[in-house]
Design a protein around this ligand. Structure first.
Ligand SMILES: [Cu+2]
Length: 464
């Protein structure tokens, strides 16, 4: 039987604890990152070996092995994150960046994470998806006291379950997540696992979103749904690096969603299967082929494919307003509206004024519109054939025969073999041929009118 004294020793060991000043001197050193470029995988210098992941536009946090415990040191702090070239945001994050560094450990590892708070308000860290003692779960007020500014807490648990996880504050959550506080966590299996493939490339992406007014740098933290910057690892296209792989590689992409809406993630060119979630590996009998998978709020989806088609394959969220940057919201639809007369009048007053959108919105991508400082254009990025007309949650899976094993560098644009690209066809007849149609009881083919029946009692609209 456990004595009362043992009970206290035990409970002391399983609750996140404040670290005394004397102990602080012996903490692992703080490693900080000053770049937003994708860093090479961190090959484990000690402990059980594994195949490390690559965090897109991110990095993995080094650890210190201390009496058989992997010790990490996270610092919650204000950071400046480049969202894409031409725009920086004032966010909150960890160790110099948002998102924070990825933490990689092995199933069975004992892990101790020191969390130092350099924010102006209290915080905690919740380890999303982990099996751990209740006192290590990081819910401020519920499982631990808040970590006050300037204080350091220690979390300690055994990484029991292999898989994909996340971390984020469970303190003033709406503010702290809207400011960019989050990170990825990967627990590798300790031995060959029947449901976890040994892959050639393993990428981590955290979906996040910000509401930053054009011309400003600090997110609005009270936004509930109407975010205007849709990002992967706090980067927006064309600031998101491509996923560069070798032809025939087995590729895993781990996607976590810490935004406030779902993201149907779509890959061109090849099918994939969802092989795991933050709940663990998916049994083989429950996997099916997809080219789009929805990642709902607070979920992780691990997708896997064999990259057996060469090319630059678009990979993006399928919500089209999530592949755009800020500025699109209040612009009225102008397709089909003739501005010729009004343009002359406006130009006598404002000589540089341009009307956009008469023929669609592609003008926005082709013309370099004057923008406020520190603002990304709505649709941007250039490919070998011109403007890509994308922003936000968009990148590419670049599959190349010549890509070396373990080389994650960008191979440049794909050179399509001659005769394999869509081409312009000349000499098309002016009048389209019409398919023969049966006479319809409502009138001759092509002779139709739009009739609108308004619902009864819809008074406001009837007045127009
Ligand atoms: Cu989306």
């Amino acid at each position: 039987m456990t004595s009362r004294r043992d009970f206290f020793k035990l409970s002391g060991a399983v609750a996140a604890a404040s670290v005394t000043p004397a102990a602080l001197a012996t903490l692992p050193e703080i490693v900080s990152m000053d770049k937003a470029a994708t860093q090479p995988p961190l090959t484990p210098p000690n402990g059980r070996p594994y195949n490390p992941v690559v965090t897109l536009n991110g990095w993995t946090l080094p650890w210190r092995m201390h009496d058989g415990v992997k010790e990490f040191h996270l610092v919650a702090e204000p950071v400046v994150r480049e969202i894409a070239p031409g725009m920086k945001a004032r966010l909150w994050g960890y160790n110099g960046q948002s998102p924070g560094p990825t933490i990689e450990v092995v199933e069975g590892d004992r892990v101790r994470i020191f969390v130092t708070n350099r924010l102006p308000e209290h915080t905690t860290i919740h380890w999303h998806g982990q099996r751990l003692p209740n006192g290590m779960d990081g819910v401020g007020g519920l499982t631990q006291p808040q970590i006050r500014p300037g204080k350091t807490f220690a979390y300690e648990f055994v990484a029991r379950r292999p898989g994909s996880f996340m971390y984020h504050p469970h303190a003033d959550e709406m503010t702290q997540m809207a400011m960019g506080m989050m990170g990825f966590w990967v627990t590798h299996p300790k031995a060959r696992h029947s449901l976890i493939e040994t892959v050639d490339r393993d990428f981590c992406i955290l979906l996040n979103a910000y509401d930053i007014d054009p011309g400003s740098a600090t997110p609005s933290v009270n936004t509930m749904l109407d975010f205007n910057l849709w990002t992967w690892n706090s980067r927006a296209f064309p600031g998101i690096d491509s996923l560069n792989v070798r032809l025939g590689d087995w590729v895993r992409i781990r996607i976590g969603n810490l935004t406030m809406t779902n993201h149907p993630m779509h890959l061109h060119g090849m099918e994939f299967e969802v092989t795991g979630t933050d709940g663990g590996p998916v049994p083989r009998s429950a996997r099916w082929p997809e080219v789009t998978t929805d990642v709902a709020v607070g979920q992780i989806r691990q997708i896997e494919l064999v990259a057996d088609e060469e090319g630059d394959w678009a990979f993006h969220c399928h919500k089209s307003h999530h592949t755009m940057n800020a500025m699109g919201h209040a612009v009225p639809t102008m397709i089909g509206v003739d501005h010729t007369g009004i343009m002359k009048k406006i130009n006598t007053l404002v000589p540089d004024y341009m009307v956009m959108g008469e023929r669609g919105m592609a003008d926005m991508a082709e013309m370099e519109m004057p923008l406020p400082d520190n603002t990304l254009s709505m649709m941007t990025g250039h490919g070998p054939y011109g403007a890509v007309e994308m922003g936000g949650m968009f990148s590419m899976l670049k599959v190349r025969r010549e890509q070396k094993r373990g080389d994650y560098s960008d191979p440049g644009w794909y050179k399509q073999p001659p005769g394999t690209a869509a081409r312009q066809v000349d000499s098309v007849p002016d009048e389209p041929m019409r398919a023969p149609q049966a006479a319809s009881p409502r009138g001759a083919p092509g002779d139709f009118e739009v009739s609108v029946r308004k619902p009864d009692g819809h008074v406001a609209h009837d007045r127009h």
